[in-house]
Ligand binder design. Structure first.
Ligand code: GLU
Length: 316
């Protein structure tokens, strides 16, 4: 199978695609990202790297950061995390507050905003926000093997200035006792992780441990146990695209986590770590062309957690 030309073809198709969705406009640094961008990076288990389009242009990874913060929080407190955050798809929008009332301040999963805010609270662990933020940045740099990855302070500041819903979610959970630190401190961590700026290549490199049973294939070092890597993948598959998660799983058959900056990190376990980016979003807030590109990649390679090897045999 010629992955390089599959990636080239998809990148060319996406560059020319007429329906690109709408760029997020809730903060100026996202609103001004050109809608014509498309990037794709596929890193194979043997380290081979295939790039297409704007694969080396950094963008705001936003909620994709929730995968890395979850990984860190599980490392810090282990399965005790699941007393404070659930593991069920929400079927609701990323910033919904509705379920929190009936479910007593316990968010459905770590990939909706409320869940990621609890995860950020765990990462604070009684320290200053700055040290938790530095820990997240250090972790992502180590995963990607790239010290140039940075946090865009203008994005973090704009998130803080406009994040009224996130303040509401955090305050509400604090009223249930599910936030241990002051709301402002926890959200400082959350807003900064969302403001991580990474390219598709950096993101796909950072996601390698999820395709490789928890190990960084470049260093051979264990990031998480094989079981934990599988479980993070399971959560990505079921909850990675908010109330669009079923649709994404149906179309791609791969675990994936989207961000409102238009990125998606997807994993073909044992085969490849994949990142795509196109800033135009569909009506559910997920990258329109990113999902389409992954659907085409899965169809042309046969990669799917439901079909571990071999080419695709049916289109139904
Ligand atoms: N920073 C965004 C928020 O909390 C993240 C949303 C997303 O990427 O889906 O509103």
């Amino acid at each position: 199978m010629d992955i390089a030309s599959i990636v080239d073809d998809i990148a060319a198709e996406m560059k020319a695609a007429p329906h690109r969705g709408r760029v997020a406009d809730y903060i100026p640094p996202l609103a001004c990202v050109p809608i014509d961008r498309f990037g794709m990076a596929v890193i194979m288990a043997d380290g081979t790297c295939h790039l297409g389009g704007d694969a080396e242009e950094p963008f705001s990874i936003q909620s994709i950061s929730k995968v890395f913060s979850l990984t860190l929080a599980l490392g810090a407190v282990g399965d005790a995390l699941w007393q404070r955050v659930g593991r069920e798809p929400s079927g609701s929008a990323f910033n919904s507050i509705i379920q929190l009332e009936t479910e007593h301040g316990i968010p459905r999963n770590p990939f909706i905003n409320a869940g990621a805010i609890v995860v950020a609270d765990v990462l604070l662990g009684g320290n200053e926000p700055g040290s938790a933020i530095a820990g997240i940045l250090r972790f992502v740099r180590t995963l990607a093997g790239d010290e140039t990855i940075s946090i865009d302070e203008s994005v973090a500041e704009a998130e803080h200035r406009t994040g009224f819903r996130n303040f509401a979610l955090a305050s509400y959970m604090r009223s249930f006792g599910n936030l241990l630190h002051p709301v402002d401190q926890t959200l400082r961590v959350y807003f900064h992780q969302c403001a991580l700026s990474m390219s598709c290549v950096q993101l796909a490199l950072a996601g390698r441990y999820l395709m490789a049973e928890g190990r960084n294939p470049a260093t051979g070092l264990s990031v998480v146990s094989p079981q934990r890597a599988r479980r993070i993948n399971a959560l990505m598959m079921l909850c990675g695209h908010y109330d669009n998660s079923g649709e994404f799983a149906f179309r791609t058959g791969l675990p994936g986590k989207s961000g409102v900056g238009g990125g998606i990190l997807a994993v073909a376990p044992g085969v490849a770590s994949i990142a795509v980016w196109s800033p135009g979003l569909n009506e559910k807030g997920n990258s329109q062309l990113g999902a389409l590109a992954l659907e085409r990649l899965a169809a042309r390679t046969g990669w799917s957690v439901f079909q571990p090897a071999g080419p695709s045999t049916s289109s139904g």
